[in-house]
Every structure is written in structure tokens, then in C-alpha cells.
Design a protein around this ligand. Structure first.
Ligand code: DGL
Length: 307
């Protein structure tokens, strides 16, 4: 069990921001990652559809096998964490609760903002998670779906950091500019007096500097990646499943439902480490992995408290 990889998945590349933190916190662990780029974005989709994707990808990871799964996508966590925890025999960790916990620890005035995809915000998952930790915190939410488009477009725009690209070319390539979009989204949150903002989408840490610029230095930004990595480490440690130290760097495995060459190129930029090999996983293959018993769970997902 100790030497099995940690399974991590996302709708595409954003979850690699979580892989970055997990591998930093746990340098001896192997990661098996699946980015569902063929079906990205998840944000605008019906949550019931995303729940099915969670079962498909979880079943694929289970067959690797893996010793723990991380749903490194806020939309998929909001839609299907409870379902995945019921369906699979290994611990499943999402990114919403760790982000909510980090925000509750960080806020002083107990006004917390959260931005995410339409699916994540409309699910109310963050408001519920924050209130479960501290019922005195007021949560101000805003769906910011265009930030996902900006990240995706920015990554495809050539070398250099996304931040540099935004600073140099946002006015040229994006109409309205990133900063106009960001002000429209963020000014109402700023006016609500938040002192903490949860980046409730795994794509958003890539825009951190620009978002901070729009909000000003008094608002603390929270990305759930670090807190999620801590939870992964604690869970493995408690269960005695941490990988033993070895002299060799761990061999991670990456797969995508989309274009493998593009995933390797763009993913290397997000991960800030070279991704050499990427396997292709077909959507038919994924669909065929879900057993009838698990498909039946989809019907009862609402009844077990999944939003
Ligand atoms: N990475 C996804 C999330 O954290 C956002 C991208 C998408 O819409 O698929 O919600």
C-alpha cells in the first residue's frame, strides 16, 4: 500500500497546482494524475453530469490502483465528493473543506469572499463548509467563470509566466481586458469589506498576483492547494501509508482525455516541472468502467447530502 501512488484528478490543467503542493509536501510520493481536458470546463455543466465524471475517473484511478484520491477540482468536489467517498474504498479528499478551513483561520473580521466557477458557487458548498467551521463568518460569493477562460487562453499564448502575459498583452488579446473583467467581478466583494478571499477554483492560483493587484494588499488570498496537501499528508501518516524515502525521484504518471502533446506542454508550465510522457484515456473507456452498483449511487446522490 505504501508504495502505491496518490491519485489526483481535475477537469484539466488546474489540478496540477494541487499536484505541485502535494509533491512539495511529500517528495517521496508518486502521483497518478488524470486531467479531463476533453470535457473541460466542468464549471458550466449540470452537477449531476459532473457527478458521473467523478465516478468514471475515480473508477479509473481505482484500477491503477491508488492509495488515496484527491479531487483537485472545486466543481467536482462540490458535485461529487460525498458520492466518491461512498463509492470508493480508499480515502477521498476534496479541495473545498481545506480551502474553507484555511480561510476561517486567516480571517480577522470574519468577512470571507469566495470566487469559483458557476457550478461551485451555485452549489453553496463553500458557504456550507465555512459555516460548519465557524457559524459567525459571513461569506460573500461570486461566480467568476471568465477567469477560467483567461487561464486557458493565457497558457496557450506562448512561453513565460501567465502573469507576465497578462501584464503585457491583456489589453491586446482580451476585450475587455483582464483587469476590467477582474474589477467587475471583484469590486463588489471588495466593497463588502472582506479581508480574506478563497480562490475556489484550482485554475485561479495562476492568476494570484493579478487578483491581488485588483483587490489591494489588505485582502488575503487563500488557495486550497497547500491546505489540501497538508490533509493528504496527515491522512497518509495516520493510516501508516506514507511512502518510504528512497534515493530515486518518484516517477509520476500523467494522463489526459484530450491532446497529449498539448497537455505535456501546458501542464509543464503549470507544474513548473517537465512532464515528459502523457497517456491518452478515451471517454468510452472511462464510461465503461462504472459498475451498475455505482451507477445506482448516482440516483441517490441527493439523498445522501451531495449538493
Ligand atoms: N479546475 C476547475 C475547478 O476547480 C475549474 C475549471 C472548470 O470549470 O472545469 O473548479
Amino acid at each position: 500500500m505504501k508504495t502505491l501512488p496518490i491519485g489526483i484528478f481535475d477537469s484539466g490543467l488546474g489540478g496540477l497546482t494541487v499536484v505541485r503542493e502535494v509533491t512539495r509536501a511529500l517528495p517521496h510520493e508518486r502521483v497518478a494524475y488524470l486531467g479531463d481536458t476533453a470535457r473541460c470546463p466542468y464549471g458550466p455543466r449540470d452537477l449531476a453530469e459532473v457527478r458521473r465524471f467523478v465516478l468514471e475517473i475515480g473508477s479509473w484511478l481505482e484500477a491503477r490502483p491508488v492509495k488515496l484520491m484527491v479531487i483537485a477540482c472545486n466543481t467536482a468536489t462540490a458535485a461529487g465528493l460525498a458520492l466518491a467517498q461512498q463509492a470508493f474504498g480508499v480515502p477521498v479528499i476534496g479541495v473545498v473543506e481545506p480551502g474553507a478551513r484555511a480561510a476561517v483561520h486567516a480571517t480577522v473580521n470574519r468577512n470571507v469572499g469566495v470566487i469559483g466557477t458557476t457550478g461551485t458557487i451555485e452549489s453553496g458548498a463553500y458557504s456550507r463548509a465555512v459555516r460548519a467551521l465557524d457559524a459567525g463568518v459571513t461569506v460573500f460569493s461570486a461566480a467568476t467563470p471568465r477567469f477560467v477562460d483567461v487561464v486557458e487562453a493565457g497558457l496557450r499564448m506562448g512561453p513565460g509566466t501567465l502573469e507576465a502575459w497578462l501584464a503585457e498583452s491583456a489589453d491586446v488579446f482580451i476585450r475587455p481586458s483582464f483587469y476590467e473583467i477582474a474589477r467587475d467581478y471583484l469590486d463588489p466583494l471588495k466593497r463588502s469589506g472582506i479581508d480574506t478571499l478563497i480562490l475556489g477554483c484550482t485554475h485561479f492560483p495562476l492568476l494570484e498576483t493579478s487578483i491581488q493587484q485588483v483587490l489591494g494588499p489588505r485582502v488575503r488570498l487563500i488557495s486550497s492547494a497547500e491546505e489540501t496537501a497538508r490533509e493528504v499528508a496527515e491522512t497518509l501518516e495516520r493510516r501508516g501509508h506514507l511512502a518510504p524515502a528512497s534515493g530515486e525521484p518518484p516517477a509520476h504518471a500523467f494522463a489526459t482525455t484530450g491532446d497529449v502533446a498539448e497537455f505535456a506542454r501546458l501542464g509543464s508550465r503549470v507544474l513548473r516541472a517537465r512532464i515528459a510522457d502523457v497517456a491518452r484515456v478515451g471517454l468510452d473507456e472511462l464510461a465503461g468502467l462504472v459498475s451498475p452498483e455505482r451507477t445506482a449511487l448516482l440516483g441517490s446522490a441527493e439523498a445522501v447530502g451531495t449538493p
